[in-house]
Write a new protein. Structure first.
Length: 456
């Protein structure tokens, strides 16, 4: 077992920090502290919980610049992206705080009495966050879980614990009780496993690979433990001949190059109707090549490095440096885990067309008609997101209904909004995060029947 995590800047390969790992014994102690804090937190009037969460949001807002710089250092995200991510935590906390006083039950008509339901917190929730969007995805689980009256134990990814630890400091600064929100850095196989298997943890929220998600699901099943999984994706970008081809081509690079392609929602399969395929590819090439990769601290940078040397090697295993590519962009030389934007022309059964690469690589494939587009879009084990480009409203509705994915956009590549539900079909996960139902996902529904029959 590691004794410490060494945090490497992906753009410079320099050591940014050394962070002690959390041992299984320390996980056990953290669960006990969290359980004690949760009882007091849940007993607070809803308005008081909401006020504390709003203060938390405002403290985070005050520290957006420093959080963004920390994200840049540990994850290599361009500064503009990192600032957006920190501000997204602010928005998530405010949105969750607004739901505290609206977490209502139901009064259900029944014979012989009054029936009502109440929503009660689960207790201690474990949130296991990934490295690709360290702050927002950590907040996806943390904010609604806290708002619903739970305690949260957050295990950040091994490579990106710094922003999580800083958020925990800001939580205490805002007045959250000691022990209610704790960050437990460490290895997934040790610290994460201890959280998943701990009987005092009522629910696990995991974002990461499908293989790891399956392993966690099996462990949770052994304890009948609640679980939300947001896993991999291989999302299609479907461009029909009647679409605004210029607009679709201009928007395509951002759909698979944002965050250097390290995004489960990346539209890494570009499906284009054959009659406009050549024209689309002509337009796509300059759009891809003009996507700026460089120093994350430079405001002009649109794409930073990959998270690690291991991730770069994973991407290279799919596309060797001398492999023929339809389009290949530029990336900085020298230090840093850089990889150029790449578009391949492939077949539907190619490895690059069916497996999640998690890098700045897309595969372009032509299709014949609407039925063929749907067939190709669904020819994957995943079902997280996707885009449909067409001017035909009827077609947009038909294809949206036929594509097996949890989040679809028409003439857009937007997948995630904190006020709408997010989650996947098939091997892309279980359950939904965000949106109006976010708080309820961290509660038990208790049914209470009160007899009104006259007592004898």
């Amino acid at each position: 077992m590691l004794q410490e995590l060494r945090i490497i800047n992906p753009a410079t390969e320099e050591l940014e920090a050394v962070v002690p790992v959390t041992t299984p014994a320390e996980v056990d102690a953290a669960v006990r502290r969290a359980a004690a804090a949760q009882e007091k937190w849940a007993a607070l009037p809803p308005g008081d919980r909401a006020r504390v969460l709003r203060r938390f949001a405002e403290v985070v807002r005050d520290h957006v610049p420093s959080l963004a710089r920390l994200e840049l250092a540990e994850a290599g995200h361009p500064l503009g992206n990192a600032e957006w991510e920190a501000n997204n935590v602010v928005d998530l906390l405010h949105y969750a705080a607004g739901g505290v006083e609206r977490l209502t039950g139901q009064q259900i008509p029944v014979a012989g009495g009054l029936n009502l339901t109440v929503q009660e917190p689960l207790g201690v929730v474990a949130v296991i966050a990934p490295w690709n969007f360290p702050m927002p995805i950590a907040a996806w689980g943390t904010a609604p879980a806290l708002a619903a009256g739970n305690a949260v134990l957050l295990k950040p990814a091994e490579t990106t614990p710094l922003t999580a630890l800083r958020l925990a400091e800001h939580a205490l600064e805002a007045g959250l009780p000691e022990g209610l929100f704790q960050v437990l850095p460490g290895e997934g196989a040790v610290t994460g496993n201890a959280l998943v298997e701990h009987p005092g943890v009522a629910k696990v929220v995991f974002t990461g690979s499908t293989a790891t998600g399956r392993a966690i699901a099996a462990k949770c099943a052994a304890q009948t433990k609640r679980l939300t999984l947001e896993l991999g994706g291989k999302s299609p970008n479907i461009v029909f001949a009647d679409a605004d081809i210029e607009r679709a081509a201009a928007a395509a690079p951002g759909s698979f190059l944002d965050n250097t392609g390290q995004d489960c929602c990346a539209r890494s399969r570009i499906l284009v109707q054959r009659s406009v395929y050549d024209r689309f590819m002509e337009l796509l090439e300059p759009a891809v090549k003009s996507f700026v990769a460089g120093d994350p601290a430079d405001p002009a940078t649109q794409m930073g490095p990959l998270i690690s040397a291991a991730q770069r090697e994973r991407v290279r295993s799919y596309v060797s440096e001398d492999a023929p590519a339809a389009i290949r962009g530029e990336a900085p030389k020298g230090k840093g885990f850089w990889y150029p934007a790449t578009v391949l022309e492939g077949r539907p059964d190619d490895r690059t067309a069916v497996e999640e690469i998690f890098g700045p690589v897309a595969v372009a494939i032509p299709f014949e008609d609407e039925a063929d587009a749907v067939r190709l879009a669904n020819a994957t084990d995943y079902g997280l997101s996707g885009s449909i480009w067409t001017r035909d409203v009827g077609r947009a509705l038909r294809v949206s209904g036929a594509v097996a994915a949890g989040n679809l956009s028409v003439n857009s590549h937007s997948s995630v909004r904190y006020w709408t539900p997010f989650g996947g079909y098939k091997q892309s996960g279980l359950g939904r995060e965000l949106g109006p139902g976010a708080l309820a996902a961290f509660t038990e529904t208790k049914n209470i029947f009160i007899s009104t029959e006259e007592q004898q």
